[in-house]
Design a protein around this ligand. Structure first.
Ligand SMILES: [Zn+2]
Length: 246
């Protein structure tokens, strides 16, 4: 058994047993951590306040043979902007769940960690639906499962005009190569490509001027969710939460 301390952000949390919580954290130097916090739901537990979704914390973790346990947890920063309204909470949960599915255990994830903090910090000051969408595309870039949005996956030419998209091939297919591939192809109009590039470059410090029509917005959401279904074997729970927004 070994004990270590790390900074982390809480990206998943659920009640377990009578007074415990199963916690998923993202740490810059250790990647995804899953650990149990025993007794933390008791009123007197010193960890109760810090162990909440979206919190940036410092944790002391005991690596056990069967499971890791959280020994201590102190709050560094609470992103109150994420729990102010139901909409921010729902879309914020989507971003957290995505980070939980795209991060890797025992592997440094400094870039994903820093970006996640920026994203969480910016929520509330912008449209949560577009923020969650941009966050989804950006987090994918750090996952090792990133897609090619601008260069044809077959011939590597830069795409001009409309093209096609393949989840199986992991990116776009140009009009010249369209006939050579066996995989299922989805429409990938120029406006969608331009919007995705805009989302990837969206800065979280500045207020964005992200103009998009409903059709392109829905196409970008459809593409992201379609790819997530392709690479993640279980449905994302936060999507039910978002659907309740109506
Ligand atoms: Zn091509």
């Amino acid at each position: 058994m070994s004990l270590y301390t790390t900074e982390a952000v809480i990206i998943g949390i659920k009640n377990q047993g009578e007074a415990d919580k199963a916690v998923t954290l993202l740490s810059p130097d250790r990647g995804r951590i899953r650990a149990t916090a025993f007794g933390c739901r008791r009123i007197k537990s010193p960890m109760a306040g810090a162990l909440q979704l979206f919190n940036q914390v410092e944790v002391q973790i005991n690596e056990g043979e069967r499971w890791d346990t959280i020994r201590q947890c102190s709050l560094q920063h609470a992103f109150r902007n994420l729990s102010e309204d139901f909409q921010s909470m729902a879309y914020g949960s989507f971003v957290a769940e995505l980070a939980s599915n795209l991060s890797i255990e025992n592997f440094p994830q400094v870039e994903m960690y820093n970006r996640l903090l920026e994203i969480f910090g910016a929520f509330g000051s912008r449209n949560p639906r577009i923020a969650a969408l941009a966050a989804g595309y950006q987090l994918l870039e750090f996952s090792g499962m990133q897609l090619s949005y601008e260069h044809c996956i077959c011939c590597n030419d830069e795409l001009a005009g409309d093209g096609f998209f393949s989840f199986e091939l992991g990116g776009v297919v140009c009009q010249n190569c369209q006939g050579k591939v066996q995989e299922r192809l989805w429409d990938y109009p120029e406006a969608l490509r331009e919007f995705i590039v805009q989302l990837l470059q969206l800065s979280w410090q500045e207020r964005p001027a992200c103009k998009v029509n409903g059709k392109t917005l829905m196409a970008a959401e459809g593409l992201l969710l379609g790819y997530l279904r392709h690479i993640i074997d279980k449905p994302l729970q936060s999507l039910n939460f978002i659907q309740q927004l109506g």
